[in-house]
Design a protein around this ligand. Structure first.
Ligand code: CO
Length: 207
């Protein structure tokens, strides 16, 4: 045994329970995948997409990475987005960040020279771009929380401006920005932050 026998046992119990509660559950999923949502979230183990929105397998197409980033040149993320929108017909894309994100914390701290520090350089760029907004926060904690929010808002813009949504799909596709609070398990809609992003842009602008 690999030492992970307990996980395999949990799996067997879970599969049996699902089939008992919803007979034919797996055979229905085998033939087709029709998720209604694309979730772009953080890799953090405390923010599992399906569980926090109460959805079973088959309902959410998921892409996760450290700090829930949508990088313009990330073929991994863009492929997921393309497949979800253009092949699966998903019309609601959710970018979900979370307070207490290690990637955001790392972006506000001196670099440790780790591989992940290169990844969160994208977040450092956001922190630089919205420096004034961040410096106006009253304490380091609220600065960190605000960067979590701004990061989500920026990634929503990245999805909207991606080549995937440049076509017909963009008219029918809604992109949502949400943030999850580890402290109480609740999600909040960041639409106001997304919409106010342009007002906070430095005079040079994003475009
Ligand atoms: Co995180």
């Amino acid at each position: 045994m690999t030492g992970l026998g307990h996980l395999l046992e949990h799996n067997q119990a879970w599969a049996a329970r699902m089939e008992r509660e919803q007979p034919g559950f797996f055979s229905r999923l085998v033939d087709q995948q029709r998720p209604r949502y694309l979730w772009i979230g953080c890799s953090d183990s405390r923010v599992p997409a399906n569980q926090i929105v109460g959805l079973p397998p088959g309902e959410v197409f998921v892409h996760r990475n450290v700090a829930n980033l949508v990088v313009h040149s990330d073929l991994n993320c863009l492929s997921v987005l393309d497949f979800a929108v253009n092949i699966l017909g998903v019309r609601d894309v959710i970018v979900c960040g979370h307070y207490g994100c290690g990637g955001i914390k790392a972006a506000l701290a001196p670099s440790q020279g780790r591989i992940v520090d290169h990844w969160v350089r994208h977040v450092r760029d956001i922190a630089k771009f919205y420096r004034e907004e961040l410096e106006s926060q009253s304490c380091p904690q609220s600065r960190e929380r605000r960067l979590c929010e701004l990061n989500v808002a920026v990634q929503v813009v990245h999805v909207r401006e991606s080549p995937v949504l440049a076509g017909i799909a963009s008219k029918e596709t809604r992109v949502h920005g949400w943030i999850y609070d580890l402290a109480d398990g609740l999600l909040a809609d960041l639409t106001p932050t997304v919409e106010s992003l342009r007002a906070m842009e430095p005079s040079a602008g994003l475009r």
